[in-house]
Design a protein around this ligand. Sequence first.
Ligand SMILES: *[C@@H]1O[C@H](CO)[C@@H](O)[C@H](O)[C@H]1NC(C)=O
Ligand SMILES: *[C@@H]1O[C@H](CO)[C@@H](O)[C@H](O)[C@H]1NC(C)=O
Ligand SMILES: *[C@@H]1O[C@H](CO)[C@@H](O)[C@H](O)[C@H]1NC(C)=O
Ligand SMILES: *[C@@H]1O[C@H](CO)[C@@H](O)[C@H](O)[C@H]1NC(C)=O
Ligand SMILES: *[C@@H]1O[C@H](CO)[C@@H](O)[C@H](O)[C@H]1NC(C)=O
Ligand SMILES: *[C@@H]1O[C@H](CO)[C@@H](O)[C@H](O)[C@H]1NC(C)=O
Length: 416
Amino acid sequence: MRPSAASLLLLAPLLLLFPSTATAHNITKLLASHPEFSTFNHYLTLTQLADEINRRITITVCAVDNAAMDSLLASRPSISTVKNILSLHVLLDYFGPKKLHQISNGTALAATLFQATGSAPGSSGFVNITDIRGGKVALGPEDNGGSLDAFFVKGVEELPYNISVIQISKILPSAVAAAPTPSPAAMNLTGIMSASGCKVFADTLLAYPDASKTFQESIDGGLTVFCPMDDPFKAFLPRFKNLTAAGKVSLLEFFGVPVYMSMPMLKSNNGVMNTLATDGASKFDFTVQNDGEQLTLKTKSTTAKVTGSIFDEQPLAVYTIDKVLLPNELFKDAPSPTPAPAPAPAADAPKSSKKKKKSKSPPSSDVDADSPSPADGPEADSEDQEAADDNAALSRLAGGKQVVLSLCLGLVMVLL
Ligand SMILES: *[C@@H]1O[C@H](CO)[C@@H](O)[C@H](O)[C@H]1NC(C)=O
Ligand SMILES: *[C@@H]1O[C@H](CO)[C@@H](O)[C@H](O)[C@H]1NC(C)=O
Ligand SMILES: *[C@@H]1O[C@H](CO)[C@@H](O)[C@H](O)[C@H]1NC(C)=O
Ligand SMILES: *[C@@H]1O[C@H](CO)[C@@H](O)[C@H](O)[C@H]1NC(C)=O
Ligand SMILES: *[C@@H]1O[C@H](CO)[C@@H](O)[C@H](O)[C@H]1NC(C)=O
Ligand SMILES: *[C@@H]1O[C@H](CO)[C@@H](O)[C@H](O)[C@H]1NC(C)=O
């Protein structure tokens, strides 16, 4: 039965309200009924590639059986290397068995998720698919010197034209994807942040070894960091200095979440997040929420936007945020977004009084020695511009969802 235009119109706003849950398929479920791919399936989940696959349409997953996975795992690659290799097995186009055998001109290059994640230099993120004699289909990474030594075995699942799952004879051999990734202990978190617009936060973290040690030691088990960008964090330093020693460490640790979360994972798992500062009843948590296409972090008094992704190599992900998120435990009386009534309580310090205080206090210690006077407090307009720039990167990550949404809207328009 053809759905009426009216029913689609009713659906469209729902999709806009809950874009995070709109996944077209579930690769974990699709593969669950094929035990010969259980290892492959398990690693799609472990690497969070499953979330990425579920959010995209018009894709092809080249699965390998358990024996082929065993030979890949025999050399004990890091999880992040496995992720790079498997992401080369997700083609960003739809290739059912029929299309594979009917490629125009007999050969094609397909972009992969490895290419899309930006970790693949040159042509290393492309897979060459060629129809060869005897009705066979050969595949090989484009950077493999022209040799195509994996073969199409059979179609596994098809949801045309959202996702095709096919079996190939072996793991696609790619020296680039298989290159060892830095071991977690060698990931220099403060170096990564400093290089990408969060130097003030990184320097402050280094000035408090208790906090920086907590971050570094958490990387192994999985860590997601939301680092405030330089302008908002600079503007926040006077209030930071006002905190007790323990408060300062908690404030810094508040920006780390002790789980690795890729962007699709964050977008599809909205809710309350514990942080490195969480300690029993002292929750020090915040809420992750999609606001349309925009990912936000919220506490009672603040909402920060996630403006970009600066590092994503399992087990570490680092994102930038446009504001200093104030934990409820430290800023009980922090300003609410609505105009405050009569005499503001102490910690409510509005922008103007903060400026006055700053000029009175002598230019003191280490961390803010080189910080210019904050233009207009953390809410300064210029930051919105930066945020907008960074959004470009983020919306690339969210591309899959946009396609789904615009397809839905397009369908509604056609029916009207
Ligand atoms: C996908 O399917 C698996 C197994 O059936 C299930 O555990 C998981 O929650 C599903 N994921 C989503 C996003 O629905
Ligand atoms: C196939 O080859 C012809 C002639 O070389 C070329 O013009 C055409 O663009 C090719 N088609 C595809 C899909 O690559
Ligand atoms: C794919 O590889 C084969 C064999 O190396 C080569 O002849 C062909 O030109 C390649 N196809 C494309 C589209 O690059
Ligand atoms: C493809 O995905 C869309 C949502 O993006 C869904 O409505 C449709 O039913 C899916 N098609 C199949 C064959 O699963
Ligand atoms: C981390 O990077 C910073 C800045 O690039 C550098 O100064 C520091 O020495 C590095 N730390 C380690 C442990 O490599
Ligand atoms: C620092 O704390 C004092 C006392 O609670 C308060 O009056 C002052 O406004 C605070 N300064 C800043 C910059 O928050």
